[in-house]
Design a protein around this ligand. Structure first.
Ligand code: NIG
Ligand code: FE
Length: 428
């Protein structure tokens, strides 16, 4: 694999201290004004002031940066370098967006009422069940590639539009295939507990039985999901039902996530702390008590600002959470209903402007803390020797450009494991 040397670079990266950064640490990032980054075989070999990196390379001898050959050099003048985005919460695997529902919500319809009436998530379930595996893959792949263009290099993707063993397995197979056939590293999560399917309406307990007795064991047997997630919400799954589901998942080796306290405070944040979930997501309505319990157990708060935007809801209290020493990550929540965007730059801008995160805190949220939220903190999320060489060149002097160029993407080039994956090189 070719080796690569970025020179003349303004480099900004979160600093990995072995866990998601919380409190004051979340706002402390490393930067080099005239830096260099040396990569070999898809990994970062050295990073720092350009003079130091070049001296280290010279000391190591001619073969140090490749198979005896000089590395390809990129002059980063006028651009800044940051780690590739890790999007730690998406529902990317669907057929089509529910635009009419968005219009209805703008006219005052409530998200949970639409679901209760058989629309919302259940409308997406119908189309996912009806789609062939190939159709579902092709729609998901398109969205995955648009995420890459926006700077995402690692992504979590949930199932949850199948709600039957067969259809959930189909989604999970598609999600794995996206990991094989796009530049993205994909983290698959099982979200069979996204809603009670139409055919079991009014029989939530029976569906929880199906999840715990049949679906979760089968997903685990086929090794198709790293995480299990639950939509813990009034009228969807109660705290008690969520606990049963998540304990069953933990019993077969899955790690845990929870859609917690999105629209009502049902105690989801507290449940995440009790079960030592890796992360709890949304948290718009979470109580201080729930958040403090999360902080005490190190649960990552994954905030989804583009969902609050698209639902016209007050944003989660990101500033207060950081001040409470909760590690905060941000994600797109890309889905066909409540947040129809693959753009991490958009989530970044909203986190800074609406949740009042500093640029440094938002950078940590979109990279390092996001990587810890999907269990990949040691592999990616910051620029450090040994980590995957996943990074972006931004058209700007600092990462602030991500918030400043609102509605635009300043992502000029995307590198995954040391290879440029966007823009693609022209074939000759
Ligand atoms: O995270 N809140 C539940 N699930 C998704 C939305 C899914 C959908 O509306 O299709 C979310 O916002
Ligand atoms: Fe979600």
């Amino acid at each position: 694999m070719p080796s690569l040397l970025l020179r003349n670079a303004r480099i900004y990266t979160a600093v990995d201290e072995g866990r998601a950064s919380a409190g004051i640490s979340q706002g402390k990032i490393a930067m080099w004004d005239h830096g260099a980054l040396l990569c070999k075989d898809g990994r970062i070999v050295a990073i720092g002031a350009e003079s130091e990196v070049l001296a280290r390379r010279a000391e190591a001898g001619p073969g140090a940066a490749g198979h005896g050959s000089a590395p390809e050099e990129i002059d980063c003048k006028g651009r800044c370098v940051i780690p590739g985005f890790v999007d730690p919460h998406t529902h990317l695997c669907f057929v089509r967006p529910r635009e009419k529902e968005f219009l209805a919500r703008l006219d005052g319809a409530e998200y949970l009422d639409i679901l209760k009436a058989g629309g919302g998530i259940l409308a997406s379930v119908e189309s996912v069940r009806a789609a062939s595996e190939e159709e579902l893959f092709s729609a998901t792949r398109e969205r995955a590639l648009s995420a890459v263009r926006m700077g995402t290099t690692t992504i979590e993707i949930k199932s949850g539009y199948g709600l039957s063993t067969e259809a959930e397995l189909k989604q999970l197979r598609v999600i794995h295939r996206v990991g094989r056939e796009t530049p993205l590293s994909v983290v698959p999560s099982f979200l069979g507990a996204h809603a009670v399917p139409a055919e079991m309406r009014g029989r939530a307990e029976d569906y929880v039985d199906l999840l715990t007795v049949e679906m979760i064991p089968e997903v685990a047997r086929q090794g198709l999901a790293r995480f299990c997630d639950v939509f813990c919400e009034e009228g969807v799954f109660s705290v008690g039902q969520s606990r049963r589901i998540l304990e069953a998942a933990r019993g077969v080796g899955m790690h845990l996530k929870i859609h917690a306290d999105e629209l009502h405070d049902t105690g989801g944040a507290g449940l995440a702390a009790e079960l030592h979930a890796v992360s709890a997501e949304h948290l718009l309505a979470a109580s201080d008590q729930g958040l403090r319990a999360m902080a005490a157990t190190g649960v990552v708060a994954v905030l989804l600002p583009s969902t609050a935007y698209s639902m016209r809801k007050p944003f989660a209290r990101g500033r207060a959470m950081i001040d409470m020493s909760l590690p905060v990550a941000i994600a797109t929540d890309c889905n066909p209903g409540s947040s129809c965007t693959e753009s991490m730059p958009f989530a970044f801008g909203l986190a800074v402007m609406q949740m009042r995160l500093s640029i440094a805190e938002a950078l940590t949220a979109a990279t390092l803390n996001a990587a810890y939220a999907v269990g990949l903190g040691r592999e990616c999320g910051s620029l450090a020797p040994g980590k995957s060489a996943d990074f972006l060149l931004l058209d700007g002097e600092t990462p602030a450009i991500l918030a400043f160029r609102a509605g635009m993407s300043p992502v000029a080039e995307v590198f995954k494991a040391g290879t440029r994956v966007w823009p693609e090189r022209k074939r000759t």
